[in-house]
Ligand binder design. Structure first.
Ligand SMILES: Nc1ncnc2c1ncn2[C@@H]1O[C@H](COP(=O)(O)OP(=O)(O)OP(=O)(O)O)[C@@H](O)[C@H]1O
Ligand SMILES: [Mg+2]
Length: 252
């Protein structure tokens, strides 16, 4: 397989055993700001965001379209850098490291479900799902076996050998979710993970995330437009015009 390393690095690795075990929170942001563009094209997106998410929390991020939710998730997921402020993951200061270091940390700690899926077009569904295991060095039989099981769980047993262009939006979303989960990361960042799904499939996806959160203590940060889903998460923050407007639950 020939893979673009930048794309490949989003796949996510299993948690490392070397991280500090007594970290006070899974994730914290202090005074994080982000502006896109320069000069007349300057778009200030996030203003002085501070947030502390305890390990094991299930946090929903809500807010209007364009309020900065995906930008915030990209910063937390080390896919972009803040202009100022501090981001800590598992007690480790992150956010200003090199691309290679960001990729290494991301692979070690984070499973990311993108709003736009970010599946690799030349790979089949199962190969996309198995990427985190490929970078871990798992043998092909194990990779395929585990990817097939993950896809079957999400109702895609009959689509494992299809490429993303041959799948519907909801099917791509489930493939992206399976890829984020398969490496069993400590932190899952999910941008509208049920956005392209029908009610029943969306409920299945939420059940999987809840189960992971309850059983493994995986910290989950999920962007959603659905107030019902957000209301059932342990914590919730609302972003408006790039500022945290309201908070509920353990995340402070
Ligand atoms: N790379 C970029 N360059 C310039 N502006 C950007 C860039 N990415 C995002 N923006 C702008 O930043 C603002 C926040 O975008 P973001 O994608 O974070 O919103 P969002 O809350 O996720 O919206 P949605 O609910 O529609 O997904 C928007 O006004 C968007 O146009
Ligand atoms: Mg978004």
């Amino acid at each position: 397989m020939d893979l673009d390393p930048a794309m490949a690095s989003i796949a996510g690795f299993p948690p490392a055993s070397s991280g500090p075990e007594d970290a006070p929170s899974a994730l914290s942001l202090v005074g994080v700001s982000k502006t896109y563009g320069t000069g007349a094209a300057r778009v200030p997106v996030l203003h002085d965001i501070s947030l502390s998410v305890p390990a094991g929390d299930f946090l929903a991020i809500v807010g209007p379209s364009g309020s900065g939710k995906s930008t915030l998730l990209n910063l937390i997921g080390l896919l972009d850098r803040p202009d100022s402020g501090e981001i800590r993951l598992d007690g480790l200061s992150v956010g200003f490291q090199s691309r290679a270091e960001a990729a290494r940390l991301r692979n070690r700690l984070i499973g990311f479900v993108f709003q736009s899926f970010q599946l690799l077009p030349r790979l089949t569904a199962w190969e996309n799902v198995a990427l985190p295991l490929l970078y871990r060095g798992a043998p092909r039989a194990e990779r395929r076996g585990r990817a097939l099981a993950a896809l079957e769980n999400l109702g895609l047993a009959d689509r494992v050998d299809h490429r993303p262009s041959e799948l519907s939006g909801g099917q791509c979303q489930r493939v992206a979710l399976a890829r984020a989960l398969i490496g069993e990361p400590r932190l899952i960042l999910a941008d509208e993970p049920t956005g392209s799904l029908d009610t029943a499939t969306g409920a299945t996806v939420m059940d999987m995330l809840r189960d992971l959160n309850a059983r493994r203590g995986t910290t989950i940060v999920m962007v959603t437009h659905d107030p019902d889903l957000a209301g059932r998460c342990a914590s919730q923050i609302e972003i408006r015009d790039g500022r945290v407007q309201a908070r509920r639950g353990a995340a402070a």
